[in-house]
Structure formats: C-alpha cells, structure tokens
Design a protein around this ligand. Structure first.
Ligand SMILES: C[S@@+](CC[C@H](N)C(=O)[O-])C[C@H]1O[C@@H](n2cnc3c(N)ncnc32)[C@H](O)[C@@H]1O
Length: 285
C-alpha cells in the first residue's frame, strides 16, 4: 500500500462510504454503464495498450477495458479502498481474465513506474484528492510521453437532477447544512471546468479537452429500488440521516420523495437527468 495522503477519503472509502458502494455495486454499475462507455470511447483505446484505471472501484471498467486491449494489453486498476478492491478481485476471477491486476494504493502518492502506461482512465475516481495538482502530476508521470488520459466526472449538483431533485424534497422539511466548499474533495468537486483545466495544466498535461455529456441516471428498476438507492446514496440521504432529524420528519421526506419520483418511472427504470464532463488530455511528448 502506498503512503496514505488523502486520509479523510481513505477513511471514508474504507468505512461507511466503501460499504455503501459495495452494497449498491450492481445498481451503480447498471446506472453508470453508459457514462463509462462514453469515457472509454474518449480514451480511443488500442489493442495492446497498457491502461491505468484510477479509483477503479469494483472493477467494472477495468474488466471492460481489459477485453478491448486484448490479451497482450494490460489494465492495472488502483483504488484506495480495500473492501471495494476485494469485490474487483473476485469479479476478475469469475470472468477469468489474465490481463487485469489490482492494487490498493492512493493515486496521489503511489510510486508508479515512470513512462509505463499508454492510457490513464477513470470513471468518477479522480475527484477525491486533497492536492489534485500533486495527484495528477504523479499520475501523468506514469504515462508514456504522448500518452493519453480520459476520465468522466460530474458537473455541479445543480445540473444533476438525480441529486438535486431529492435535495429539493429534503429542503422542504429540514434546513440543509451549509453547502460544502465546491472544491473540497468529493464527488462534485470537479464541477467547474475552468478549475479542472487549471489543475491539469499545472500538473503538466497538454491538449486538454472538456466536453459535456448529458444523459440520465437510472436510480432503480422500480420505485422501491429507487427509494432504497436515494435514501442511502448522495447528499439528500446524508442530510436525512442526520441524527437531529426525527422519525416523523424522515418518514414525511421519504413519502414525498416517492411521490415526486412517480413521473420519472419508465418501463426501463426510474430515470433522472444527469450531467457529466468528459475530459481528455495528453502527457506532452
Ligand atoms: C465514485 S467511486 C467510482 C468507482 C469506479 N470507478 C466506478 O465507476 O464504479 C470512486 C472510487 O475512487 C476511489 N478513490 C478515492 N480516492 C482515491 C485515491 N486517492 N486513490 C485511489 N482511489 C481513490 C474510491 O475508493 C472509490 O472506489
């Protein structure tokens, strides 16, 4: 294990945050598949590429990429969470791929082999660094000269109905805690594209491109699953779970949230709007 420099996020992803991610991994993988595919397309992978999957989670994208780069290519997934990586390792044994490895490491401090990877990839795994410039500098040094990076991250909460709609319901019943500093490490900390551009430029990347990706987040196959998901994941669930929120208020929030979701239920699941950035960049030659 590399030196832990992101201790708050290390504790979160090795504690409750990691456990929730593992518990909901099937729903999350179903919901994120088209976001991951868009980022994979942007990575323009080639046969035999060596790919670093940063914050690889339960291994869904590492496995998809391993298939694309072929048996002589390689995917190295790194993640800071032991419990999440246990799932990834289990998955790889069930699909019997020999060109994927996983490592429990902090991407900001891990001593990657220099000039080794053709591609750095991430699906929502790079927004959690205390010092993003240091982290991306470290990651860039693992890329060959001219190597590519492609990742997907969320636009701000206000552009993401799947988070904003439940928050609006919660807000009718309780005072929400003051909004966190949008640059604090967390799922929405890369919402400002100018900030991301500055981070990547300072980390030495070139040819930076930031493209919109608008889609939907399928929060559940039906209303029951959607309610289970939204009451366990995201800022609205955290606010509702706060200890000073009484049971009566909590049950009013859940009941109103369920009613609010009814118009979003389709035969393909409960779909709320979602907006991401797809970011590509290169390690200069
Ligand atoms: C939102 S999840 C995304 C997981 C996966 N990429 C996916 O799409 O399912 C973020 C992941 O990044 C990992 N992570 C957070 N900070 C990290 C760091 N400093 N180094 C490596 N992984 C990190 C977390 O443990 C978690 O698995």
């Amino acid at each position: 294990m590399s030196e832990i420099v992101n201790s708050a996020m290390h504790d979160y992803w090795n504690g409750d945050g990691g456990q929730i991610w593992v518990n909901f991994k099937d729903r999350i993988d179903t919901s994120l598949i088209h976001f991951g595919q868009a980022a994979i397309n942007a990575a323009a992978l080639e046969i035999d590429d060596r790919v670093l999957d940063v914050g690889c989670g339960c291994g869904d994208t590492s496995i998809a990429i391993a298939d694309l780069v072929g048996p002589d290519g390689h995917v190295h997934g790194i993640d800071i969470s032991k419990q999440i990586l246990t799932q990834a390792r289990h998955r790889v044994t069930t699909v019997k791929l020999s060109n994927v490895t996983f490592e429990c490491a902090d991407a900001q401090s891990s001593q990657f082999e220099s000039n080794y990877f053709d591609v750095v990839f991430s699906r929502y795994g790079v927004m959690f660094f205390d010092d993003p410039v240091a982290a991306f500098t470290n990651i860039r040094q693992a890329l060959k000269p001219g190597g590519r990076m492609a990742f997907i991250c969320w636009q701000p909460i206000k552009n993401n109905e799947w988070v904003n709609l439940p928050l609006e319901v919660v807000e009718k019943h309780i005072d929400l805690p003051p909004a966190a500093d949008p640059e604090e490490p967390g799922g929405f900390s890369f919402g400002d594209p100018n900030r991301v551009n500055n981070i990547l430029t300072s980390a030495g990347f070139a040819s930076i491109s930031i493209q919109q990706f608008h889609s939907f987040f399928n929060v559940g196959a039906d209303l029951d699953e959607a309610m289970n998901f939204l009451t366990h994941i995201g800022p609205a669930s955290s606010a509702t779970k706060a200890t000073d929120v009484g049971e009566i208020t909590r049950s009013r929030i859940t009941s109103q949230l369920r009613t609010t979701l009814v118009p979003y239920e389709t035969e393909h699941g409960v779909r709320l709007g979602a907006a991401a950035w797809i970011i590509t960049a290169r390690n200069p030659l």
